[in-house]
Design a protein around this ligand. Structure first.
Ligand code: 4AD
Ligand code: MG
Length: 505
């Protein structure tokens, strides 16, 4: 069996391959099958003159997602994706596929999520999953080459790490336990043994709302480094993100093309330093008091709104024109084509209308933002639409950060945390910081956050025995995938999303 991605090594030879019929069209005495095998896509041509009547009939009978075994000659054709096609001599069916529910037509997203187990076979989802896979590979490569030790943190935990409001409680031999929100606290213990570690595991947060950024189960990468302060932490984050972006850029060109992702932004990321803004500066940017590249957020949002409304209008005009064309009478193929275009434009309008409704809300929330509070999703959107590279925000008001965050001795109101906000409106992808080493301050914070002290005795031990300055961060894998693929919603970044209201499939 030859995989489609390897066809180029078999030019002119007859080979065997297998896969699924992803698309098919018929001509006079010809069947054109687009075959998918997971490694790629290839057009397979069945010519009635070259095969037996029975094989031609079998080819004709295949439907979308029928699985087949094919023998044929590999022929170069530059017009084809991958550069090669197959001239079929043998074809047999492995499994039939009557009326596959997902066609090439436009479908509503809720329908597609319900059919996630089948939706994964579509080309866009294939591209996203390949990119996700590369990101994971690249993350591991980075930390391994930097001599970090990978560690697996427990998933059953006895304590909250990131606040009690998003804990999933479960039963652990008749005692309450919680699904881990973060491996960090265990990572800190391990860093005191190994120097530099990283976790890469599932984390769970009961986020009782539907947003485009939140999953209930997501994968997090959490490095933790002994003898690091927050400056060194930020240097590492920048180096890390640049490495992963460059690697994905180089190795996922075809997949990015499937997604229509404009990848020019990835070159910027390699070339530019990431801006580092204190929380106070970020607030000034948000409120339009500090310009970015000569523009304020307010002007930018107002321009965006005008553009969005104009696009909605032009889409509507295009729909009317296409409907007129249909009404005037066209052939069935053309009608389907036009109708599909119309459905696409309508879906686009739905998205744009959401945007047109959101922008005034973002504007208002930016203008009303209260210094000292945490950024909400819309605030992050407003800030990061101004940038083409990730922005690092540091020096946060300590009240809005986790209990373990190190206070700044020279500015006691501030904590040495860092959030990395991805550009193009994506917002937070990384949260991290330097850890509090002062045991008394930690105890004060644990009390302030109303956390059970006895669950943290082991954590406090880390400050008793050879405590050293240390820092780390957590990258949300799915947030990274969403941004690099430029997806509208996080649900497409993971094979089977778990989020509020969604446990199936
Ligand atoms: O900012 P967070 O809450 O930080 C921590 O958990 C720290 N313990 C990390 C550390 O310093 N070791 O979460 C880190 C990242 C966020 O920046 C975001 O990318 C992702 O995890 N994240 C989520 N991703 C998807 N769905 C959710 N509900 C997420 N919550 C956080
Ligand atoms: Mg955070």
């Amino acid at each position: 069996m030859v995989q489609i991605k390897d066809f180029k090594g078999f030019e002119g030879q007859v080979i065997q391959t297998q896969g699924w019929v992803t698309n098919k069209r018929s001509g006079k005495g010809l069947e054109f099958i687009v075959l998918r095998d997971g490694s790629g896509y290839a057009q397979c041509i069945v010519n009635a003159n070259d095969v037996s009547e029975a094989i031609f009939a079998t080819a004709k009978s295949t439907t979308q997602e029928t699985s087949v075994k094919i023998a044929g000659k590999v022929v170069k054709d530059d017009r084809q994706e991958g550069g090669f096609e197959l001239h079929v001599s043998q074809l047999s069916i492995i499994g039939t596929s009557p009326s596959f529910p997902i066609s090439n037509k436009e479908h509503g997203v809720e329908f597609l999520v319900d059919k996630r187990h089948l939706w994964l076979r579509s080309k866009r989802q294939w591209a996203i999953m390949k990119i996700r896979n590369r990101i994971i590979f690249s993350i591991n490569n980075f930390f391994q080459k930097e001599d970090f030790v990978q560690m697996d943190a427990p998933i059953f935990t006895g304590n909250a790490a990131e606040g009690t409001s998003t804990l999933f409680e479960t039963d652990f031999y008749d005692r309450p336990a919680y699904l881990s929100q973060s491996g960090q606290l265990y990572g800190e213990a391990m860093a005191m043994a190994m120097g530099k570690i990283y976790t890469f595991g599932p984390t769970f947060r009961a986020e009782k709302s539907k947003t485009r950024r939140h999953l209930s189960e997501f994968w997090m990468i959490e490095p933790e480094m002994a003898f690091f302060d927050n400056e060194m932490n930020m240097d590492l984050i920048e180096q890390f993100i640049k490495y992963v972006v460059a690697d994905v850029h180089e190795n996922c060109k075809a997949e990015m093309e499937v997604l229509g992702r404009d990848t020019s932004i990835f070159d910027n990321i390699a070339a530019q330093e990431f801006p580092r803004l204190s929380y106070a500066e970020a607030v000034a940017v948000l409120k339009g008091e500090q310009k970015v590249d000569g523009k304020t957020t307010i002007e930018t949002l107002e321009n965006d709104l005008a553009e969005t409304i104009a696009t909605i209008e032009s889409n509507k005009a295009e729909i009317i024109a296409k409907e007129k064309e249909i009404a005037a009478g066209v052939k069935k193929g053309k009608r389907n084509y036009l109708q599909n275009k119309i459905d696409g434009l309508k879906n686009q309008i739905t998205d744009l209308e959401v945007k047109a409704k959101n922008i005034p809300k973002w504007l208002k929330s930016a203008q009303d933002f209260k210094f000292g509070s945490d950024f909400g999703g819309s605030d992050e959107t407003v800030i990061t639409r101004m940038y083409t590279v990730p922005v690092m925000v540091y020096n946060w008001p300590h009240e809005i950060k986790a209990f373990y965050m190190k206070r700044d001795a020279s500015a006691p109101d501030l904590a040495k945390g860092v959030d990395v906000l991805a550009p193009e409106g994506y917002g937070e992808i990384v949260g991290g910081g330097e850890r509090e080493t002062n045991e008394a301050l930690l105890i004060e914070k644990i009390n302030e956050h109303k956390l059970p002290m006895d669950a943290f005795d082991w954590y406090l031990d880390l400050r008793k025995y050879g405590s050293v300055p240390h820092a780390g961060f957590g990258l949300g894998l799915e947030r990274m995938v969403a941004w690099l693929c430029k997806l509208q919603h996080i649900r497409e970044t993971i094979p089977f999303p778990r989020m509020y209201g969604r446990l199936k499939p």
